[in-house]
Every structure is written in C-alpha cells, then in structure tokens.
Design a binder for this molecule. Structure first.
Ligand SMILES: Nc1ncnc2c1ncn2[C@@H]1O[C@H](COP(=O)(O)OP(=O)(O)O)[C@@H](O)[C@H]1O
Ligand SMILES: O=C(O)C[C@@H](O)[C@H](O)C(=O)COP(=O)(O)O
Length: 336
C-alpha cells in the first residue's frame, strides 16, 4: 500500500507549479563547454520536464507558472499546448524578466554539468494573486519543486498553492530539485525545503538533497530509513530516495520499503534522469500500480531519457515505455 489517495472526480490528474525554462544542450559532446560551439534548444525546467513526461504518458495535466514576454516564452507555451498541457494558469511577466537558461555540458556520459543563468527570471516572479484555488481544487495532485521556493514572490505562491491543496484534498508530490545556484544560504534553503516537505504526501529526492535538508538539524548523513521516518510524522505517506546508478529506495508510512534497481542504458548524459523518473513514477502510482512497479517504471523512463540528447523532448510515450519494459531487464543494483 502506498497510502496516497486520489479523488477520481477531478478534471485534471496532476498540476505542476514552478519554472518553465530553456535547456541549451551541447551538440559537441566529449568536450568542455569552453569548446562547445553549438547547442540545441529544448523546453526545460524540472517541473516542466516532469509535467511534459506525465502528459506524454497520457495524464491530464496543467501548469501554474510565469513566462517571459519574449520569443522563448512563446516557444515554451506553444510546446506545452502541443503536448496537451493546460496552460490557462501560465501567465506572462510584463516587467522585462527573462527566461531561465540551463546550458549543459556533456564531457562524457558520466561527466555532465549544467550552467544555469537564472538572474531576473520570470518564473520566480509568480505571485500569490496568480494562484487559483479553484484550479488547484480541480486536480487530483499537485507537483511542487524546490527551486520555486528560492525567492519571493514565487516562494509565497508555492506555499499558498500548498494551502489550497490541503484544503481541497489534493495530493502533493514534492520533487526536491535542489539547484544551489538559485539559493544564497544553506540555512535558508533547508528552512524552506523542510516547511514545504512537512506539507507534502510524497517526497522524491536524491540522498544529497535530503542531506541538504537535514544539515539544518545536524542529521545529515542519516541513513535512508531514518530520513524517510522523519517525514511520516507530518503529511508524508511515501518517501523515495534516489541513488543514481545504484537505483532508488522507497519507504511507505506503513513501514514497508521497496528497492529498485536500474535498467541498462547507453548513457549519453546523466541529467534528465530525475525528471523522467518522477514523471513515470507519478503516472504509475496514479494508475493504481504498486510502489515497486512505480519505481521500476521511473527507472525505465530514466534509462530511456539519459540515452537521448534532451530531457523534455526525450520523455517517452506510454507505448515506448511499455515496449522498453518488455524488451529490457531491470538490473537489481539496489540502493545503498
Ligand atoms: N547511469 C544510470 N543508468 C541507469 N539508470 C540511472 C543512471 N543514473 C540514474 N538512473 C536512474 O535515474 C534515477 C534518478 O537518477 P538520480 O541521478 O539519482 O537523480 P537526479 O537526476 O534527480 O539527480 C535513479 O534512481 C535511477 O533509477
Ligand atoms: O531543471 C532545470 O532547470 C534544468 C533541467 O531542465 C535539465 O533538463 C536538468 O538538469 C534535468 O535535471 P534532472 O532530471 O534532475 O537530472
């Protein structure tokens, strides 16, 4: 049992709140960015990638966010619409803010890094006036991601969305999505992450992201089970800790744990693993699958996406994911 409840009578399955950005992925791989001359443009931003992945799998999706009033903003909106993602709650900044950019470097399949340009970005200007209670109440689930907590007014907008979710029994998924560049202080980061995690039903993060949250209480380095147990005294029913190529481990509030291995992949780049994992994991859970099956599908989706050049564009359809699962065996690497 995963303990998560989803109201079947909602118009939407999952709504994400957070950043809509642009990925510029290096075309010349096997070299540092200093030697990279061309990039390919994709829609990016962790919550955007996750909701695109969920839509690609057939979920009824929506987004709450703010776009720059420029060509990049218009490119992103048309992409969301092409994937059938409701953009009625995606507003446009009129103050001259820009679209966040993530330049990616692919030195080798194991050596990838991301250079983020996030000064004066439109996504962090989303404010509480732009959070619709009725819209959130129309969804079974709300997906939040940590970077939206980095600055006001986006921070307050997310906490208001969490209040509306609580009021209308909307299940909250919290993808930790810690990007150090956007934060100024470790303590401030941990404070806001912990406050949001206390209001979430399912928390998904890497070991390092949970350590960041636990540093505040000198708990960093706790084992996965202790990390998960902390959140069951709040709203959490499910905590998933990702361990890269070693797989992932999930804990439910009823005391069960679930280990997932990985699927072999011809790794082109490692970024995109977490977002694709989260999209298939959420789709599978909300389709009524077990936690173990949801983790397995998350791992499969991650293997598909890390073998491709982009993150958003690379998100598999349900047919692709099912075909991959039919023709590939999970390698039970097992998390630490
Ligand atoms: N090298 C890899 N080969 C196969 N699967 C991987 C690999 N790296 C990550 N994954 C899968 O993607 C999931 C998320 O990756 P991880 O790196 O832990 O998260 P994030 O991308 O958010 O940092 C892992 O739990 C695993 O299932
Ligand atoms: O989240 C961002 O702003 C960058 C993403 O768009 C990019 O695709 C990426 O880093 C994905 O990260 P991951 O899935 O967490 O590895």
């Amino acid at each position: 049992m995963n303990g998560l409840q989803f109201d079947p009578d909602r118009r939407l399955d999952v709504v994400a709140v957070g950043r809509l950005c642009i990925d510029l992925n290096a075309n010349e791989t096997g070299r540092p960015m200093e030697e990279t001359m061309t990039f390919t443009k994709y829609v990016g931003g962790s919550p955007a990638n996750i909701i695109i992945g969920a839509a690609r799998l057939g979920m009824r999706t929506g987004f709450i966010g703010k776009l720059a009033d420029d060509q990049m903003g218009r490119f992103i909106r048309s992409y969301l619409r092409k994937d059938g993602i409701d953009d009625s709650q995606v507003c446009v900044d009129r103050t001259g803010a820009v679209t966040g950019l993530a330049f990616t470097e692919i030195k080798s399949p194991q050596e990838c890094s991301i250079l983020m340009y996030r000064d004066h970005v439109a996504d962090l200007l989303l404010n509480t006036e732009e959070i619709s209670e009725a819209y959130i109440a129309s969804s079974k689930a709300l997906l939040i991601s940590g970077t939206a907590l980095a600055q006001s007014p986006s921070r307050e907008a997310v906490f208001l969305a969490l209040e509306f979710a609580r009021k209308h029994n909307v299940t909250v998924f919290f993808d930790l999505d810690y990007r150090p560049y956007t934060w100024t202080s470790a303590a401030e980061t941990a404070v806001y992450y912990n406050l949001a995690a206390e209001k979430s039903h399912c928390i998904i993060g890497t070991r390092e992201e949970f350590d960041m949250m636990e540093n505040l209480y000198n708990l960093a380095g706790a084992d996965d089970q202790a990390t998960a147990a902390r959140w069951f005294s709040h709203q959490a029913e499910l905590v998933v800790i990702k361990h890269g190529g070693s797989g992932s481990i999930g804990y439910t509030a009823d005391g069960q744990s679930h280990r997932s291995g990985i699927f072999p992949a011809k790794v082109l780049k490692t970024f995109g693993a977490g977002d694709s994992y989260a999209s298939a994991f959420i789709h599978s859970l909300m389709s009524g699958h077990s936690v173990s099956e949801a983790m397995r599908r998350g791992s499969a989706s991650a293997s598909i996406v890390i073998s491709r050049h982009s993150c958003s564009d690379a998100m598999p359809t349900l047919e692709e994911l099912e075909e991959f699962l039919r023709t590939n065996e999970e390698v039970t690497a097992g998390a630490q």
